[in-house]
Design a protein around this ligand. Structure first.
Ligand code: NAI
Ligand code: MG
Length: 482
């Protein structure tokens, strides 16, 4: 049990106002995972003041990019040292198999810190020729400066990885931050902050305020001294954050999930596609923003695909990951279970056919079997809305044009996967898909060097890659009249 009772402000593990705490209960077995401090609006204000001071004065603003890069490399090393424990914190908190965090979340987070360590001393500017100024020559140049204090509001599904996407570029360019982890997964963020201290970052550069979204998250997004909010989560909360940002016109970056298509063309490698679609739908109990939930299959492959995919789904072992070898654990909590089941029951009531799946009732825990529907229409909620669980639909199509029209037929546009052996067809289709990331013959091919983010309701802005650097900086023009 991680019994911490604390927040992390200005390099100190401190209690929240009135010693308020928040319990984290495993959704897989009902056992208490641990306890952290629960920040009030007053606590959030203390954290913002600390971040503001660290940004304006002290050692951080004076540090060279090379020094910041060295600190980030040190942090990557410490995260690597603690990878097992950090991954276990995130896994146990939401009842997912710990192996998943060691497969994806931790390696990706470590790679992200290393990637941005490399950017820290490469923030170059450019000289721009102009027509001059009232007959006099000028010399103009553009530089990039840190945006300031960034509030980071993080979800529970792959918490440390998503936090690394926000934190690493911010630190590389010299921003400071206040992190609000999700209620369900506060431990890895608090531990990471301790590692930030151990690495030698100045106090106040990284602060963590666990607490309720409606209190701590809301105080952070409304705070007049926060320059930017970077958020990953639901469109509903994204909208609240965007409205709160109007107070001081904060910059906002939003990653809001999706309803991503997987398109199997008639020449697809069926075995590879079955495997890729299973991973794309069932990884992390389907609680993934890029989950490939709409499986568009060329009609000539539908019968074979459906049989093989149902077999793959049915073979997944489900249960409490702390009590044995299972491939799929619990959904993240009661609310998430009820949400998933509501969609599934709605799909059945609307006339969709459940090929396999359904709730997996146990004395304890919120388990759901890998669930696959067919006989669906595009207007059904299971086809058009994000469920955030292991539930997908098989949708036949007859032509590439139809596949594209249906792929683009939702309000989302985060990711898409194409399964085809024909390179020209792949590039032609990739160009037409309205999504931030298209993978061909592999699901969700993420990398710290590649920008990540969505079109349409999937969000605003991009994380990772050089886009992550741009998102944490403001451009400044300086002109000398000669
Ligand atoms: P949420 O968007 O409400 O929560 C995400 C983060 O926002 C958490 O840290 C939460 O404390 C914070 N938050 C909540 N209310 C806030 C407010 N008023 N002001 C500021 N911060 C606030 O998501 P939730 O409720 O955990 O899950 C609901 C649905 O959201 C899921 O079923 C899923 O569809 C979607 N979701 C999408 C994610 C993604 O990766 N894009 C991640 C998590 C959830
Ligand atoms: Mg919510």
């Amino acid at each position: 049990m991680w019994d911490w009772n604390t927040l992390f402000i200005e390099g100190q593990d401190i209690s929240a106002e009135n010693a308020a705490t928040l319990d984290v209960i495993s959704p897989a077995n009902g056992k208490i995972v641990g306890r952290v401090g629960a920040a009030s609006a007053q606590d959030v204000d203390r954290a913002v003041v600390a971040a503001r001071c660290a940004f304006e004065s002290g050692p951080w603003p004076a540090m060279s990019g090379a020094q910041r890069g060295a600190l980030l490399l040190k942090l990557a090393e410490l995260v690597e040292r603690e990878a097992q424990a950090l991954g276990d914190m995130d896994a146990h908190s939401i009842g997912r198999p710990a192996i998943e965090t060691q497969m994806l979340d931790l390696p990706n987070a470590i790679a992200t810190f290393r990637y941005y360590a490399g950017w820290a001393d490469k923030l170059e500017g450019r000289v721009v020729p102009t027509a001059g100024y009232f007959g006099r020559q000028t010399h103009s140049f553009v530089t990039r400066e840190p945006v300031g204090v960034i509030g980071m509001i993080v979800p529970w599904n792959t918490p440390l990885m998503i936090l690394a996407w926000k934190l690493a570029p911010a630190l590389a360019v010299g921003c400071t931050c206040v992190i609000k982890p999700a209620e369900q997964t506060p431990f890895s963020a608090l531990r990471l902050a301790q590692l930030v201290r151990e690495a030698g970052f100045p106090d106040g550069v990284v602060n963590v305020v666990p607490g309720l979204g409606g209190i701590a998250g809301s105080a952070l997004s409304e705070h007049p001294d926060v320059d930017k909010i970077s958020f990953t989560g639901s469109p509903e909360t994204g909208a609240v954050i965007m409205r709160a940002a109007t107070g001081n016109f904060k910059r906002v970056a939003l990653e809001l999930g999706g309803k991503s298509p997987q398109i199997l063309c008639e020449d697809a490698d069926l075995d590879a596609a079955v495997q890729g679609c299973a991973m794309g739908l069932f990884f992390n109990q389907g609680q993934v923003c890029a989950a490939g939930t709409r499986i568009l299959v060329h009609r000539s492959l539908v019968a074979r695909f459906t049989e093989a995919f149902a077999a793959a789904a049915g073979a997944v072992t489900v249960g409490d990951p702390t009590s044995g070898q299972v491939q799929m654990g619990s959904l993240a909590g009661k609310g998430q279970f009820e949400r998933v089941d509501r969609y599934v029951q709605g799909g059945l009531a609307a006339g969709a056919r459940m090929v396999t799946g359904g709730a997996f009732a146990q004395d304890q825990g919120y388990f759901y079997r890998p669930t696959v529907f067919d006989s669906v229409t595009d207007d059904m909620a299971i086809v058009s809305e994000e469920i955030f669980g292991p539930v997908g639909c098989i949708i036949p199509f007859d032509s590439d044009e139809e596949a594209i029209a249906r792929a683009n037929g939702t309000k989302y546009g985060l990711a898409a996967t194409l399964w085809t052996k024909d390179v020209s067809r792949a590039l032609g289709l990739a160009k037409q898909v309205r999504a931030g990331a298209v993978s061909v013959n592999g699901w969700a091919t993420i990398d710290p060097a590649l920008p990540w983010g969505g079109f349409k309701t999937s969000g605003i802005g991009r994380e990772l890659g050089i886009s992550g650097i741009e998102a944490c900086t403001e451009e400044k023009v300086t002109t000398l009249v000669l």
